[in-house]
Structure formats: structure tokens, C-alpha cells
Ligand binder design. Structure first.
Ligand code: ATP
Ligand code: MG
Length: 448
């Protein structure tokens, strides 16, 4: 029984009183994406399991341990998306975006599902802002998506993130690197954790990503991928750095960054914070030049990133970043009796037609109870309508902040509301700035 009143472990409700924060973060992400030419794409929450096995990679933790996979009633193996890239690539191919002019730039806000141990900054259902740029091998694109991620942080007022970049080369230079890594770890194989023993055979680079203290200590002395880059990969990485420098974006090269997904090539990067504890990576991404082909398309060099929105919010809260105030309702109508209620319904509709927020008590309680309710909702103005007001056609509109009262004609309520509300806003400006200099409003940008 108790189960039905408990959310699933690792999931989180977002309540009405705090949702404005999420809305702010989400609209900022999409808005910044737009400034760089990224258009939103929406793909289903579940896909064929095989898409992720191929698209994320069989040797990754995500595929091996973390996926929510089940058979549907038709016996198909289905997986809740653990990340956004594979679905975006599938859609890019299936819907013919791959035949349009390249590059194609898409972005998304998605929920992701991973069976992980829930803790601060680590959930089983979490959310990402992601971008994908399909069809360019230019290092300009690498620098652009990094700049995009940074613009999101800057716009939200987040400080002190360190950008760590690396290049993990192409399949050619990686093969040589894998050999060297294998040789190095083979010598200390017995000390590695069981998972890493297995990684040694399948994908030795993943050992560098292991969080066990012994493995990461051993990894300290491992060969560095940058020493194995071929000329083309080296040149690409140099250009990425140059384009970052041209935008004054600070970075450190961290050869330990290999990223969790299998199909990354060349540039990989993370934005890391030390203000939110162990789960400090807020954004990770890179190039995946081989992925589109792996999923059945033509060779299409591409890249992208995923940004964890819960971690982003934790970070904003830890750094006391400003969130916009939740919006305040414009009007609460206290209606007493059947006639007044009919009038209130009419006025509320007229107000909403003009874009105002108008509320009333659906439970038609007593005057006192309605006043209390109105207080809780915190509308800017209240109006009480009873039989007398309906009869006279005149009611009193009260500014709940200043206490000012003005008469308002019910027949022309909306236009009356406009003028009272506007003049009270002007009053507020006067209070805050003595006599407000209206001329200055119109002279902005006209200075000599
Ligand atoms: P981590 O090393 O923290 O497990 P990851 O490498 O698995 O991260 P990615 O697959 O690159 O993460 O996902 C991109 C971003 O999504 C991460 O940088 C992080 O901000 C966020 N993220 C990943 N897993 C979770 C999770 N379980 N809960 C909350 N956010 C997550
Ligand atoms: Mg992970």
C-alpha cells in the first residue's frame, strides 16, 4: 500500500512553488541555443534497446549496468533513453535531416533514465539540455559548442567552472594508444578492480575513468593519449584551442578526460565545478565522428554535449545565483452570492482575454475565508463583488501592496483595471526613484 504514495527511488517531483526555477533554466538553455542557430528537436522517451547498445556503446557503464530495459507487450526490447544523442542521431537519419544542408544543428531538453545509486547530483530520472551539430569536421564547431555551453553558464550567472578539454584521437591513433595502455595496465592487472580487469580487454581507455581509488592511482602513471595523436588530430586540437582563445574562453588540457561513451573521437570536454561535491561535472561532450555511420548513415562527422540540469540548479543554488521571481497573479475576485459569482466569471474571462491572471474562489466560501485565500495567492489587486456592487455597477479595486483603493465600474472593468494598474506602477517607480524621469526612457541610445 505504502508504495503508491512513494515516488520511485532516484526520482524527484518538482512542485508548483519551485517550478519557475526549472522553467527559467530551460528557457535560458533553449534561448542560448537559438543564438547559436540550434533548433529544438523532440524525440521519444523510449527507443529500441539496440539503438543505445550501438549508439552509446556496448562497453560503457551506461549500457552494461545503467539502462532501464524491458520487453513491451509485443515482445520488443525497449529502453528508456539514458542520454539524448542516440535518439537525435536516429531521428536525423530517419527524417532525412541528413539530406539537408550541413551542418544541421539541433538541441533538446530531455529526461534521461539511468539505474545508478541515487545521491546528491545523481538521480535515476534526471534532465539534460543537449546540443548536437551534425555534418562538420571543422574545429570551429568544437569551439562553438563549448562556447554555447559557456554562454548558458554565463547567462545563468554561474561562476568558477573549469573547462577541461582533451583529444582522444581518431580510430587510427587510438589503436596505438590502446596497445600502450594495455601494456601498461597489464603489468598491474592484479591490483585493478574487477570491472577494470574486464575493461582491460574490451576498452582499456575506460580504466582512466574509473572512480575506485586504486585504479585511479594506477592510472596516474598511464601513457597519455595526447602523445599518440596523429598529425590530423593534433592539428584539429590545436585549432580548437586557438578558437577558444579567440573567444577568451579559459581551459585546461586534462589528458585524463576520456568521457563515458564509446563513439567519441578527437575533442572531448567537461565543465566541472567544485561547489557541488563529488558529482561536479555539469556538462560533458565532444566529437563523435564515427557514430552516424555506426547507426547506418553516411559518414557524418558530428559533435555535441549533454548538460545535467539538476546539477546546474544545485550549482546555481550553491552560488546564490539569482532566479527571477515567480509571477504574481494580477487580480483576485471575491464574489458573494450567485449574481456576483456570475459577474465575477464574466470579469475573469474578460481579464484573461486581455492577458491578465484573474482568480476567484471556486469553492464559493464566506467573505473571510475568501479574503484569507486571496491573501495566500498574493494577487496584486483584489475586488469584492456582492449584491450591492452588482446593483450599483461599481466596486472597489484594492491594491494589496499599497492598500490604495479605487472605484471601478463593473461594465468596463478591464479598461478600468488597466488604468488603475498602470498608475499604481508609475507610483511605484516614483517611490523607488523619487520623480521618475520619463524622458530618459525615450532617449536611450540617442546620446550624442
Ligand atoms: P558521471 O561521470 O557524473 O556519471 P556521465 O559521464 O555519466 O557523468 P554523461 O553521460 O556525459 O555523464 O551525461 C552528461 C551530464 O548529465 C553529466 O555531466 C551530468 O551533469 C548529467 N548526469 C549524468 N548522469 C546523471 C545522473 N544520474 N543524475 C543527474 N545528472 C546526471
Ligand atoms: Mg555516469
Amino acid at each position: 500500500m505504502a508504495l503508491i504514495t512513494k515516488a520511485i527511488k532516484g526520482t524527484k517531483d518538482i512542485l508548483p512553488k519551485e517550478v519557475h526555477k526549472n522553467q527559467y533554466i530551460e528557457s535560458t538553455c533553449i534561448g542560448v541555443g537559438e543564438m547559436y542557430g540550434y533548433k529544438e528537436i523532440r524525440t521519444p522517451v523510449f527507443e529500441h534497446t539496440e539503438l543505445f547498445q550501438r549508439g552509446v556503446g556496448d562497453t560503457t557503464d551506461v549500457v552494461q549496468k545503467e539502462m532501464y530495459t524491458f520487453d513491451d507487450k509485443g515482445g520488443r526490447s525497449i529502453t528508456l533513453r539514458p542520454e539524448g544523442t542516440a535518439g537525435a542521431v536516429r531521428s536525423f537519419l530517419e527524417n532525412g535531416l541528413c539530406n539537408e544542408t550541413m551542418p544541421q544543428k539541433v538541441c533538446y531538453l530531455t529526461s534521461c533514465y539511468r539505474y545508478e545509486k541515487p545521491q546528491a547530483g545523481r538521480l535515476r530520472e534526471f534532465h539534460q539540455f543537449g546540443v548536437e551539430c551534425f555534418g562538420t569536421k571543422s574545429p570551429l564547431a568544437d569551439a562553438e559548442i563549448i562556447a554555447l555551453a559557456k554562454s548558458v553558464f554565463d547567462t545563468l550567472g554561474i561562476k568558477n567552472l573549469s573547462l577541461e578539454i582533451n583529444s582522444i584521437g581518431c580510430p587510427t591513433c587510438r589503436a596505438k594508444y590502446h596497445e600502450a595502455l594495455k601494456e601498461y595496465f597489464e603489468n598491474r592487472k592484479d591490483e585493478l578492480c574487477d570491472t577494470c580487469k574486464d575493461r582491460l580487454e574490451r576498452n582499456p581507455m575506460r580504466i582512466l575513468d574509473c572512480k575506485s581509488p586504486i585504479c585511479s592511482e594506477i592510472a596516474q602513471g598511464a601513457p597519455v593519449v595526447l602523445d599518440f595523436l596523429c598529425d590530423e588530430c593534433k592539428e584539429h586540437f590545436d585549432m580548437v584551442k586557438k578558437y577558444l582563445e579567440a573567444q577568451n574562453i579559459e581551459y585546461t588540457v586534462n589528458p585524463k578526460i576520456v568521457r563515458g561513451l564509446d563513439y567519441y573521437t578527437k575533442t572531448v570536454f567537461e565543465f566541472v565545478s567544485n561547489s557541488i561535491g563529488a558529482q561536479g561535472t555539469v556538462c560533458g561532450g565532444g566529437r563523435y565522428d564515427g557514430l552516424v555511420e555506426e547507426l547506418g548513415g553516411q559518414s557524418t562527422p558530428s559533435l555535441g554535449f549533454g548538460m545535467g540540469l539538476e546539477r546546474l540548479q544545485l550549482l546555481m543554488e550553491a552560488q546564490n545565483c539569482e532566479f527571477p521571481e515567480p509571477t504574481i497573479p494580477d487580480l483576485f475576485i471575491v464574489a458573494l452570492g450567485e449574481k456576483a459569482t456570475l459577474k465575477a466569471v464574466e470579469i475573469a474571462r474578460d481579464m484573461r482575454d486581455e492577458g491578465f491572471t484573474a482568480l476567484m474562489d471556486l469553492n464559493q466560501r464566506s467573505l473571510r475565508a475568501q479574503m484569507k485565500y486571496a491573501d495566500k495567492l498574493g494577487a496584486r489587486f483584489n475586488v469584492v463583488i456582492g449584491d450591492n456592487e452588482v446593483e450599483s455597477g461599481i466596486a472597489v479595486l484594492k491594491n494589496m501592496q499599497s492598500g490604495d483603493e479605487s472605484e471601478i465600474a463593473l461594465a468596463t472593468f478591464v479598461s478600468g483595471f488597466y488604468s488603475v494598474s498602470l498608475s499604481s506602477q508609475l507610483d511605484e517607480l516614483k517611490i523607488n526613484g523619487e520623480e521618475f524621469d520619463f524622458d530618459s526612457l525615450f532617449n536611450v541610445g540617442n546620446e550624442e
